[in-house]
Design a binder for this molecule. Structure first.
Ligand code: NOJ
Ligand code: CA
Length: 548
């Protein structure tokens, strides 16, 4: 049995504000979430990742905090949060929170103090320049919404650095006091009982920015230091980081030159995300194989976190222009679906035209490829997007619980964001209650799929690799081997039925049998004539280990 819970976890990410409103003010809250923990337990997820929960003016959906030690009053209190941790743990569910410490909100008291006077104890907590930096218009993360990375502050009479929006001044990590404060913030939430952090914008945290200096030096040792601190305070706590960087830079985030995993435990696999979407668009598994070949081997302990959709746009910037155009043509045919010239602001179900076969295929593939699967709220029922909302809000609409007004999210007249209504993806058609009553629903499928995955720990904890042999067009075959045994997975990204010969694997198999699939297939036999439908998938247990 693996000792590492995060390798066998199924992570569910949600924003408390849009999940469930318990007190009728239109805003989702912690008590509302507590009331839905049984739903999540039944779904089979094992870990929650909560989008930022801190007090915030909400100009970047909470990624602009004014107090890293507090809970936004609109969603509850620290007491509610402690209760959530207790209730989640009663159901075997861990809780991770977003740690967004690259920057603060410009309304954070630290920044307000820092700008007010050169003598402020917080002056040196932010990144300033007396002169207008020559690279002021470089390095923007949100092209079209952000014009510069250095803005002039007329109170301080200085320029300040902000990698993201101008209301998100970057903290100065060259200052040891800032580093100590971040450790204190982590220790605080660990002490309350969280199981770890989803760390926002890690490459920018370790970047030691100076005006005009491009690229800036990167201090990876700070990650080693954070890890040491975290692990001393809680041995099984985990860091899951957002670091969307080039393939040759990835390993540095996991390990130092010695090669042991002494930095971050997990990184989101952005490389796979873009290629997976391309593979679905082309109905060809080659981009997935390419992503697997291109991503480096990880040190023991290191783990990928896979995802299809998150709360941001699908970032296609690592694809070639031609590949990106192909994805746009297939999944984002309208200009209004694009964002920042590089991404798609849609949910997966409408991207795949609501085609149940392709949705199952996509999620089956994500959940069985190496790494820990992360799924965003609402994907399990096939929610859609609202393109009339600005930017990324299109995919941040409230959870659709029932056919009641506002999808049962709230009984207020005005929800925090409109619930999607009407059409194929409106709450009237797509909601938890309806799918709960339907054994053939997507929700029921997700429950079965997640339960089956949890019986197959070799996927997350073992060694997962593609099977290198000639296969019919459109087919990806991969296997997972671990201390619990071996599994074989077949996925047909194409739409025509086919037959796959994997007879070479039969010799090592022990009573192979299918544990999950898109339909009832004939028995697997000697694995030499495995039928596979268009957009079909099959999970085959090759053998169990002789272990306990
Ligand atoms: C990455 C987050 O995923 C995104 O939503 C946010 O806007 C930026 N970091 C800034 O915090
Ligand atoms: Ca509320």
């Amino acid at each position: 049995m693996s000792e590492h819970w995060y390798k066998e976890a199924v992570v569910y990410c949600l924003d408390v504000e849009t999940f469930a409103d318990s007190n009728g003010d239109g805003i989702g809250d912690i008590q509302g979430l507590i009331g839905r923990l049984d739903y999540l337990a039944r779904l089979g997820i094992t870990c929650l990742w909560l989008a930022p929960i801190h007090p915030t003016p909400g100009r970047d959906d909470g990624y602009d905090a004014t107090d890293f030690y507090g809970i936004d009053a609109r969603i509850g209190t620290l007491g509610d949060f402690a209760e959530l941790l207790h209730q989640a743990s009663n159901r075997g569910i861990r809780v991770m929170i977003d740690l967004v410490v690259n920057h603060t909100s410009d309304e954070h008291p630290w920044f307000q103090s820092a700008r007010s006077s050169p003598d402020s104890p917080y002056r040196d907590w932010f990144v300033w320049s007396a002169e207008e930096p020559p690279d002021r218009h470089q390095g923007m993360v949100f092209p079209g919404e952000q014009r510069e990375t250095w803005s002039y502050d007329s109170t301080a009479e200085l320029w300040y650095y902000h990698r993201f929006y101008d209301f998100q001044p970057d903290l100065n990590f060259a200052n040891p006091a800032v580093r100590e404060e971040i450790k204190k913030i982590m220790a605080f939430w660990i002490q309350l009982g969280v199981s770890g952090f989803r760390m926002d914008a890690v490459p920018f945290i370790i970047e030691l920015t100076e005006p005009g200096k491009n690229p800036s030096p990167m201090d990876f040792e700070f990650l080693t230091d954070l890890r040491r601190h975290l692990q001393w305070r809680r041995g099984d706590a985990v860091l899951l980081a957002e670091a969307n960087v080039e393939a040759d830079k990835l390993v540095d985030y996991f390990a130092d030159a010695g090669g042991s995993n002494n930095r971050l435990h997990m990184l989101f696999d952005f490389m796979l995300n873009g290629r997976l979407v391309l593979a679905l668009a082309r109905r060809d598994p080659e981009p997935v194989m390419e992503a697997i070949r291109a991503t480096p081997a990880l040190p023991p302990g290191g783990q990928w976190a896979t995802f299809l959709r998150n709360h941001d746009e699908i970032d296609l910037s690592r694809l070639t222009t031609e590949q990106r155009e192909q994805v746009f043509a297939e999944f984002g045919p309208d200009e209004s679906m694009h964002l920042y010239d590089r991404g798609i602001r849609r949910r997966l179900a409408p991207m795949l035209g609501g085609d149940r076969r392709r949705l199952e295929l996509a999620y089956s593939l994500q959940f069985t490829l190496r790494g820990t699967p992360v799924i965003r709220y609402g994907e399990e029922i096939g929610m859609g997007e609202d393109l009339s909302l600005p930017g990324r809000n299109a995919i941040r609409t409230p959870m659709q619980w029932s056919p009641s007004p506002h999808g049962g999210f709230t009984n207020a007249d005005k929800p925090v964001r409109p619930v999607i209504s009407g059409g194929d993806f409106g709450y009237e058609k797509v909601n938890v209650t309806a799918q709960r009553h339907d054994k053939g629903s997507l929700l029921a499928w997700f429950e079965r799929m997640i339960r089956t995955l949890r019986e197959s720990p070799e996927v997350g904890a073992g060694d997962c690799k593609p099977i290198d042999q000639k296969l019919p067009a459109g087919v990806l075959a991969h296997r997972a081997d671990g201390s619990s045994g071996s599994m074989l997975f077949l996925h047909n990204l194409g739409d025509s039925d086919t037959v796959v010969d994997l007879g070479a694997l039969f010799a090592e198999a022990n009573d192979p049998n299918e544990v999950f699939g898109d339909r009832d297939y004939p028995p697997v036999g000697r694995l030499d004539a495995l039928e596979l439908g268009g957009y079909g998938y099959r999970w085959i247990r090759l053998r169990r280990s002789a272990g306990p």
